[in-house]
Ligand binder design. Sequence first.
Ligand SMILES: [Zn+2]
Length: 252
Amino acid sequence: MLFSVWENWRRRRVLRKHKIPADLWALTIKQVRAASHLSVADRERLRNVASLFLHDKYIELAQGMELTNAMRVRIACEAAIPILNLDLEHYHAWHTVIVYPAQFVSHEEFRDGAGVVHRHRSVRAGEAWHRGPVVISWEDVIENEDANNVIIHEAAHKLDMLDGAMNGRPPIHRSMNQREWTAAFSEAYASHVADVDAGRRTEIDAYAAKNPAEFFAVTSEAFFEIPDVLKRVWPVVYMQLSLYYRQQTATM
Ligand SMILES: [Zn+2]
């Protein structure tokens, strides 16, 4: 209680001094398709959340990139969309965004059941570290003609990790039903894996078949970027995401 009183006071104070300027905000939100379902009032609330995000988090450049104000605001705007009706507190374990100019090489290491350490390199548009930064490729932020949204994807991983495990099951709200969530997601995931394995064309990115965590991140992207498609393909997944994010994104 005391925390929330203090925190609300802090937020009001930050917004008085550091609110994203109206002209830059107007320019940014026009470019963000994932915000197109929001009303004028919701966009104004999003501006507040994005302003707080910018004030609270570090955005760092890799490889000598130059970070403009417009870039910072674009990143904050997209990161704020999933938590617009949750709370900034959902990003408490996320302090830093590292921006690469384009896709980058990631070195992964894991130990299998037999204790053997495997290392591999992969080229990525983004990644989210547990209790660490989110890394994104700027090229992938601005060139999202298809259904992809690298910032929303990595933000979804951050939400998923709030209970410690990245498994496609973020801690859901008390008003939601865990059984319904699991049934919706496991059925859609199984059918997606079957389609991808059979080489069938899918309307939702085939990458979602990699594992349940990627399925949650990719369907979260679809929820904001191509909601009508997601709702048509898997209406129950759309509904669960709508309850979770507390937003209605589809136009149908
Ligand atoms: Zn991912």
